[in-house]
Design a protein around this ligand. Structure first.
Ligand code: AMP
Length: 487
């Protein structure tokens, strides 16, 4: 039995904001965490982003802060009272956006600071006075060192995606930040798992926490159709073209294991006529936001990304996920394909398995406890043949890229250029993460702004560049008939 927000007796400005956002019943994490936080107890919560976790901590904290609410414009009247620490800038931006919405009708201010951006605009925001500060650890330390913010009135701390912060190597930064805070405070820690490291962190920084778990298994959703195709590295792009067309997919995520591979693949696909954008850790913050926006608005059809860059993306759900490279970490498989088939919608997850990937597939099989059948990829005659020299079978000049095949290092182990020290720490895990905590995807697919727009592969087909049929290995769906008619 789920309970309604109206039972919470939230302050009117908060209740109004929640109603405006269309929330009626609480999600399980909210149901369990909100009353505990309202009572002022520490919480150790096992919940992923996408479960309504932000409201689970933000609403009760805002409610508790309402007693300090005041309309003064003096920064001194708006000291930082709640600090939310999280591992990535994307997550920081999203959480801050949500906090702003919940606090919209209050006089409680909020701001977000993260690396990879000029500090000045952030400093100006901080100097105005903010009650809720959302931050990535490295950049927050920069602001503390520059005396842009003072944390001696912090009453609440949220360590969000704590496991990810430890994976990235933020523990020393966290320890330093927490040493600046008053000892008397309420601390909430959210993590996808309670590993021994997380328990140690909790033991040092939390007092008698109430443990709340909203379980998430490694099971993959039953409504996601999963295929593993045996495809040579040189044929992966051709396979991608064929499946996209045959399935009449509108948008898809294409996952690769390396930053270099990501950029190259996106360029190749773009040159082959598919509207593509790339998202990887070497992109500037501005470029990342632009890439994200263009995918969300439907301007581009394919988002080629690495696991690290994709983590925390607020993209509600996509019809298809391609593992252009089989992930090195089996858990990343679950998180990658968790982006499709949400809210009962059917989803498609396709993995291209090269000869050297067998062991990785065996790891996935073990994790999802499902026998994986490797299917041969059969190409239709009219699927464009893409040669190593970057030529398509209609003679069109293609980009010559040497092709990535997953043999490259994972993103986290590649050299980085033009990254500042803090930013490097935010994106360069010290070791391969034990588990990828991929947030955001318990939400239904949000069609792009132009839902009827034709995907680029359809347009390419009309131009005769990328024609294809249905492989005997792909179960036909209704849309296939329409596809045949139009071609
Ligand atoms: P989060 O896990 O906090 O990132 O939330 C995931 C998404 O669920 C966000 O888009 C929220 O706006 C939305 N959401 C959170 N709580 C609720 C709720 N009780 N009812 C409906 N949507 C919600």
């Amino acid at each position: 039995m789920t309970s309604s927000f109206s039972n919470l007796s939230l302050a009117e400005p908060l209740a109004r904001a929640v109603a405006e956002m269309g929330y009626e019943t609480m999600t399980p994490i909210q149901e369990q965490a909100i009353p505990v936080v309202l009572q002022g107890k520490d919480v150790m919560g096992a919940a992923q982003t996408g479960t309504g976790k932000t409201a689970a901590f933000a609403l009760p904290l805002l409610q508790r802060m309402m007693k300090h609410e005041n309309p003064s414009t003096s920064p001194a009247r708006h000291p930082v009272r709640a600090l939310v620490l999280l591992p990535t800038r994307e997550l920081a931006v999203q959480v801050a956006e949500q906090v702003k919405l919940y606090a919209k009708y209050t006089n409680l201010n909020s701001a977000v600071v993260f690396g990879g951006m000029d500090m000045k605009p952030q400093t100006l925001e901080l100097k105005k006075g903010v009650e809720v500060l959302v931050a990535t650890p490295g950049r927050l330390l920069d602001h503390i060192e520059a005396k842009n913010t003072v944390l001696n009135q912090v009453e609440y701390v949220v360590l969000d995606e704590a496991d990810r912060m430890l994976d990235i190597g933020f523990l020393p930064d966290l320890q330093r930040i927490l040493s600046y805070l008053p000892k008397q405070r309420i601390t909430l820690l959210f993590s996808a798992t309670f590993s021994p490291e997380i328990k140690r962190l909790a033991a040092s920084f939390l007092q008698d926490p109430v443990t709340i778990e909203v379980a998430r298994s490694n099971a993959t959703a039953a409504n996601v159709e999963q295929h593993f195709y045996s495809v040579g590295a040189d044929d992966k792009r051709r396979a991608l073209h064929q499946i996209l067309k045959a399935r009449g997919m509108k948008q898809a995520f294409v996952f690769v294991n390396s930053k270099l591979g990501c950029a190259k693949l996106a360029r190749s696909l773009e040159r082959e006529g598919l509207k593509t954008t790339a998202l990887h850790g070497d992109k500037s913050q501005d470029e990342r936001l632009k890439a994200l926006e263009s995918f969300k608005s439907g301007e581009v059809d394919l988002l080629v990304c690495t696991d690290v860059a994709a983590r925390g993306l607020d993209i509600k759900d996509v019809p298809a996920v391609f593992n252009f490279d089989v992930p090195f970490n089996a858990e990343d498989y679950v998180h990658r394909i968790g982006r499709t088939g949400r809210a009962g919608a059917s989803g498609l997850a396709v993995s291209f398995v090269a000869g050297s990937d067998q062991r990785l597939v065996a790891d996935i099989e073990k994790l999802i406890k499902t026998k994986i059948e490797l299917e041969p990829m059969e190409f239709e005659e009219d699927t464009p043949r893409i040669s190593q020299q970057g030529r398509i079978n209609d003679g069109r000049r293609m980009y010559r890229d040497g092709e990535e095949d997953g043999a490259l290092l994972p993103e986290s182990q590649q050299p980085r250029e033009r990254t500042e020290r803090r930013e490097r720490r935010e994106y360069l895990p010290h070791r391969q993460p034990a588990a990828s905590r991929d947030p955001f995807f318990d939400r239904p697919y949000e069609p792009s702004a132009a839902p009827d727009a034709q995907p680029s592969w359809e347009a390419a087909a009309k131009g005769g560049a990328a024609r294809s049929g249905v492989s005997a290995n792909i179960k036909p769906k209704k849309k296939i008939a329409a596809l045949f008619k139009s071609s």
